[in-house]
Design a protein around this ligand. Structure first.
Ligand code: SAM
Length: 265
């Protein structure tokens, strides 16, 4: 996103919060947010405006200095992506990137940051959940968040129903293995349908149409990064107006429970 658009989008978000009285959180993602020339300026402005800051990164650029600077901003989380254990991660993201990401995690943990690992499962890496959970534990990661890749490519990328069930079962075992005294676990199993394998009631509340809004680099806005439609462009008006005039946002915000999903798991 270029400079002018960035600050216009930020100012409009501040005005939206002012108007609605909502509390704000900005999660910086991409692309790779740490590559953006205004990353630090924007992050500091987010914190100065009393908004919560989240950062989603591939972790490769985080050294001791970067981690110290990030930790000073007190982000609610820094999420580092690991696409499996070393072999799968490096195959997907490039040779050497697994070690770089782990170094980033270690630097962040040394500064006391709250570190999530995002593990996006696809056909070739989903069996890594056990090994990855052990690695995350060794590196003091606070949460291993796993989710399915969203893709039309069901031949080489997206899991079949049976593979997804297997992934759920493996993750549920790791969830149990790394449960904490407060009942939570280092391994997240709270996304849609994951509760089927955890044998625990777990209602997943999707943020689309509620408390989530995505900005793309050209100012287009989405209700969710994975829902394939744009609800408007922030250059065309104030956020509150665009949201209230969007049929899709209104449809998503309406309370609706699909038939068959009314009860607890
Ligand atoms: C888009 S990346 C951007 C931040 C950063 N560059 C990184 O690598 O994490 C954020 C997260 O979205 C996940 N992601 C990307 N495409 C996805 C898809 N089609 N379905 C599910 N997750 C996806 C990535 O695996 C990553 O964990």
């Amino acid at each position: 996103m270029d400079e002018d658009l960035l600050w216009e989008g930020f100012d409009k978000y501040l005005r939206f919060l002012n108007k609605t009285g909502l509390m704000g959180q900005v999660n910086l993602t991409g692309g790779e947010p740490l590559l953006h020339p205004s990353f630090w300026d924007l992050s500091e402005r987010i914190v100065r405006a009393n908004l919560r800051l989240g950062v989603l990164t591939n972790g490769t650029m985080i050294d001791e200095r970067c981690a110290r600077r990030l930790a000073l901003l007190k982000p609610v989380f820094v999420q580092v992506s690991l696409d499996g254990a070393k072999a799968n991660h490096d195959r997907i993201r490039g040779e050497g990137t697994f070690e770089q990401a782990l170094r980033g995690i270690d630097c962040l943990k040394a500064q006391g940051a709250h570190v999530l690992v995002s593990f996006t499962v696809q056909k070739q890496n989903y069996r890594d959940i056990r090994e990855l959970s052990i690695i995350c534990r060794q590196h003091n990661v606070d949460k291993l968040w796993w989710d399915r890749v969203v893709s039309d490519d069901t031949k080489t990328l997206a899991l079949t129903t049976e593979e997804f069930r297997e992934a759920c079962r493996m993750a549920a075992r790791r969830r149990w293995r790394y449960r904490r005294f407060d009942g939570s676990s280092m391994v997240n199993c709270g996304r849609p349908l994951q509760f089927l394998a955890t044998k625990r009631p777990c209602r997943y509340q999707c943020g689309a149409g509620g408390d989530l809004l995505i900005y793309l680099a050209n100012g287009d806005m989405m209700a969710c990064r994975r829902l394939p439609f744009v609800i408007g462009n922030f250059c065309d008006g104030e956020l509150a107006d665009i949201i209230s005039q969007s049929d899709k946002m209104q449809m998503l915000a309406a309370p609706y429970t699909p038939k068959g999903c009314e009860g607890d798991a």
